[in-house]
Design a protein around this ligand. Structure first.
Ligand code: G3P
Length: 222
């Protein structure tokens, strides 16, 4: 399973890239606004230099012609830009046009299996179903992932990858991995939570204490 980080904070991205576990980055207009970046184009360029995998950059317009121009501009920033478009009729038209030109496209704001089928037909590189936001309205977000993975598996010609978005906690990630989702985009805080287990901390403290009792040093050994 590929791990993308869901943030536009360049420092966070640099820090997490150093773990060696990061396969890509997703941003959205809300995350860019939070980052305080003065130039979206420059920010995406800098992120693309830090992470060689796909970096999602979302269009701002909602009409076909402007979204297409924005998508073409974003795609010029770097080879690893994945243009993010909303799951609307115009968004999917842009998806088809950009995909046909060889640009990676991430179709976002997916909340139903029917929408995911349309995105695959439009040639999306990634479909982004939002699990957390479905959970927020008392719907089983993870069921959407199960449905999309199952549907896509029926058609070996579908190359669209299921990119689990709106991940709120480690269990979302584990459940998504169990059903075989290709990618999860994870907020930095949740990535750090993935490492944590109290028994790891307790066990390590015991090993460190017991090792000290041996009086030995591995590096000083002959
Ligand atoms: O980037 C899209 C998605 O991951 C947003 O998550 O937490 O704002 O629902 P959230």
């Amino acid at each position: 399973m590929k791990f993308f980080v869901d943030t536009a904070d360049l420092n966070e991205i640099k820090d997490l890239a150093s773990t060696g576990l990061l396969d890509g980055v997703t941003t959205n207009p809300s995350l860019v606004a939070q980052s305080g970046a003065k130039s979206f184009i420059d920010l995406i360029g800098q992120i693309c230099e830090v992470v060689p995998g796909p970096v999602s950059a979302e269009v701002a317009a909602t009409d076909y012609a402007t979204m297409l121009k924005e998508g073409q501009r974003l795609a010029k920033i770097a080879k690893n830009v994945a243009v993010k478009v909303p799951l609307t009729p115009d968004g999917l038209k842009v998806c088809k046009a950009l995909s046909d030109d060889g640009t990676m496209v991430n179709v976002t704001l997916c909340f139903s299996p029917a929408q995911a089928i349309l995105a695959a037909k439009a040639g999306a590189t990634f479909i982004s179903p939002f699990v957390g936001r479905l959970d927020d309205i008392s719907t089983d977000g993870m069921q959407l992932i199960r449905d999309i993975v199952q549907i896509y598996r029926q058609y070996p010609l579908i190359k669209t990858e299921v990119l689990v978005a709106s991940v709120r906690h480690p269990l979302h990630l584990v459940e998504a991995a169990k059903v075989g989702a290709h990618v999860a985009t994870i907020p930095p805080k949740v990535i750090r939570q993935l490492y944590a287990h109290p028994l790891t901390d307790k066990g390590l403290a015991a090993f460190v204490a017991d090792w000290a009792k041996t009086g030995q040093s591995i590096l000083d050994a002959a």
